[in-house]
Design a protein around this ligand. Sequence first.
Ligand SMILES: *Cc1c(COP(=O)(O)O)cnc(C)c1O
Length: 396
Amino acid sequence: MKPTELEDRYGARNYAPLDIVIERAEGVWVWDIEGRRYLDCLAAYSAVNQGHCHPRIVDALIRQSRKVAVTSRAFHNAELGAFFREVCELTGYERALPMNTGAEAVETAIKLARKWAYTRKGVEPGKAEILAFGNNFHGRTTTIVGFSSEPQYRDGFGPFAPGFELLPFGDGAAARAAVGPNTAAVLVEPIQGEGGIIVPPDGFLAELRDVCSERNVLLIADEIQSGLGRTGKMFAHEHDGIRPDVMLLGKALSGGLYPVSVVVADAEIMDVFRPGDHGSTYGGNPVGAAVARAALAVLQEEGLVENSARLGEYALRRLRGIEAPQVREVRGRGLWIGIELVESAGGARSYCEQLATHGLLCKETHDHVIRFAPPLVIEREDLDWALDRIERVLTG
Ligand SMILES: *Cc1c(COP(=O)(O)O)cnc(C)c1O
């Protein structure tokens, strides 16, 4: 059987991938089993900001795997402390808590915020509330999908955990009005990624910051997709000049090699966790720590944040210059661009299929948005190659 047939025959049916079977990858390029080459403009939802199979990160993975891979946190391991220091120095927080997937980091932040609310803020047991936003994406666990506004993410998976309220994304006044004495935290994506690359109005995050500071509420920034250079800053909240109380990183934290996520916060918040309160068998393992250290070093030493800012601005300008009646809006920051099509264009998926035949891998989000998010190692020449093809498909 062909690989696709094997997947169909034996795999659960929770995905509907494009009909391309990737066999290997390097930098911004991937090759299918027939040897056809594609420019990867999804970058595994920003997990491969550093480019596929970056030699330095691969090397860290192999070297650490040969020494010791998993210890569990019943013991110390020789890589973890250095990872903590590096991620704290990069983010400017005092403490780091490592997990594996992004959803686990979100779950960790929810537990952290609730425990903080009960032990520091004095919220009555069982009453803590977390405010989040419509059109959010924070992962796929039952607690998280319980406060999704996307019907397909929720339908059939209840009952859900109580204690969450959704507000309109971009509306600072609504957030101000919704905060009450039991509010533990506001959980926000600085730019909504899966929601369609939605950049909130100027001042929105600053207003959230003000409300949270005034009312003693934690501001949690989910930077799992927006962080680590994707938007042309190391962290997307820097565009707004604010500092969240808690920040979540994942995806590119391990450069696409191995799942590593982290929650960072200052000690006065993070120290509500005591030994035994929370954990993960693989969280903080030496391979993950070594891979994340290499991934962060590559981001910084190769100037990928600057590249994202510079080429992102260029790409945005070129895409906005395309005259095509089916384009409603081109928006984004850094190398994170959404091309929203009008309803009558018939959905973004068929455009992504066409782009694939031209050698470009893209993935639609929210039916009508073509998302453009190549690895941040992309060079101007390859970017032009991609933009030429997008222009051809949009105007063809
Ligand atoms: C991808 C993503 C997550 C979930 O990460 P997983 O590793 O898939 O669990 C959470 N939040 C945001 C903003 C994401 O983009």
